[in-house]
Design a binder for this molecule. Structure first.
Ligand code: SAH
Length: 259
C-alpha cells in the first residue's frame, strides 16, 4: 500500500506551494486535486503518466474510494487542497476512513489564505498594544455556527477577524458586528483570489459600504474578509511599534541597549 499525502497547495499562485509539497507532486503516482479552488497549473509539477483527477464533482465517499484505489497502485498519492489542510479542509472525514482501510497518511502544511490576503493588502493582523489575537472564522451560512461561536460573540473581543467562506453573507456579517457594537465606519479589507495572477483584487472600505465596493470590483467568490482595528497600520505613522524590536527590549537573541 502506498501513502496518501494531504498537501496544502497554498492560496493560488503555483509558486506559493511549499518546496516539500512541490517535491511530492514531482514524484506522485496519482493526484486528486480540488479543482474548484486549486489551479490545475500545479499539475505541471507532476511526472509524466501521473493519474490526475478533479474532485469538484465527487462526494466524500467517492474521493476516499479513489484515494484507496490509487494507494493500492502507487507509492505516493496526493490529495491537493487549497491553502492549508487544517482549515475547512474536511481532513478528519478523509483521514479516518483511509486509516481504517490500512492506508498511511501524512499532511504537508500550506500557506493559508488569511496570511496570503494579509500579505497582498500589506496588513499586519496583530498590532502592539491594541490587537494581539486573530480569530479565524466564518459567517453562518448553510453551515450553522456551533454554540459559543456566534460571530457577534467572537466580534465582541474587538480583535482581528478573518472571515472565510463568507463573501456572499454581508447582511449577516453587518447584523452580527453591529450587534457586537462595531460602528458602520469600522475598516474592512477584502482580498479576492489572493496571489492568483491577474485575478487578485484588494477592496478597502467600511462595514457600511464594503458590499457595494466588492460588487463594483466584481469580488464575489474565493475572498478573504479581514476586519479589526489593526487594519491600515502600515499607512498610519502613529501606529504603535512592536516592543520586540525596541532597543531597550532585550531577549534571547539580543541584549537590551540603553536609549
Ligand atoms: N484551507 C483553506 C481554506 C478553505 S475554505 C485555507 O487554508 O485558506 C475556502 C475559503 O478560503 C474561501 O471561501 C475564501 O474565504 C478563502 N480563500 C481560499 N483561497 C483564497 C484566496 N486565494 N484568496 C482569498 N481567499 C481565499
Amino acid at each position: 500500500m502506498g501513502k496518501v499525502w494531504f498537501v496544502g497547495a497554498g492560496p493560488g499562485a503555483v509558486d506559493m506551494i511549499t518546496v516539500r509539497g512541490r517535491e511530492l507532486l514531482a514524484r506522485a503516482g496519482a493526484i486528486l486535486y480540488a479543482g474548484s479552488l486549486v489551479s490545475p497549473r500545479h499539475l505541471d509539477f507532476a511526472p509524466e503518466g501521473c493519474v490526475c483527477a478533479d474532485s469538484s464533482a465527487m462526494t466524500l465517499d467517492e474521493m476516499v474510494a479513489w484515494l484507496v484505489e490509487q494507494a493500492g497502485r502507487h507509492t505516493t498519492v496526493i490529495r491537493l487542497q487549497t491553502g492549508d489542510p487544517s482549515l475547512y479542509g474536511a481532513l478528519p472525514e478523509m483521514v479516518r476512513p483511509l486509516t481504517r482501510a490500512g492506508v498511511q497518511v501524512e499532511v504537508v502544511a500550506g500557506v493559508p489564505s488569511f496570511a496570503a490576503a494579509a500579505a497582498a493588502a500589506m496588513e499586519s493582523l496583530t498590532l502592539p498594544e491594541s490587537v494581539q489575537t486573530v480569530i479565524l472564522t466564518r459567517a453562518p451560512g448553510r453551515t450553522p455556527m456551533p454554540d459559543g461561536e456566534r460571530l457577534r460573540e467572537l466580534a465582541r473581543h474587538g480583535t482581528t477577524l478573518c472571515l472565510h467562506l463568507s463573501i456572499t453573507l454581508w447582511p449577516v456579517i453587518r447584523e452580527e458586528l453591529f450587534a457586537a457594537g462595531w460602528p458602520a465606519s469600522a475598516p474592512v479589507v477584502v482580498v479576492g483570489k489572493a496571489t492568483w495572477p491577474q485575478e487578485e483584487r484588494i477592496v478597502r472600505g467600511a462595514l457600511a459600504d464594503i458590499e457595494e465596493a466588492c460588487r463594483q470590483a466584481d469580488v464575489r467568490s474565493q475572498a478573504m474578509i479581514l476586519l479589526g482595528p489593526a487594519l491600515g497600520a502600515c499607512q498610519v505613522d502613529a501606529a504603535p511599534h512592536s516592543r520586540l524590536y525596541a532597543p531597550e527590549f532585550g531577549h534571547g537573541f539580543r541584549s537590551s541597549r540603553e536609549t
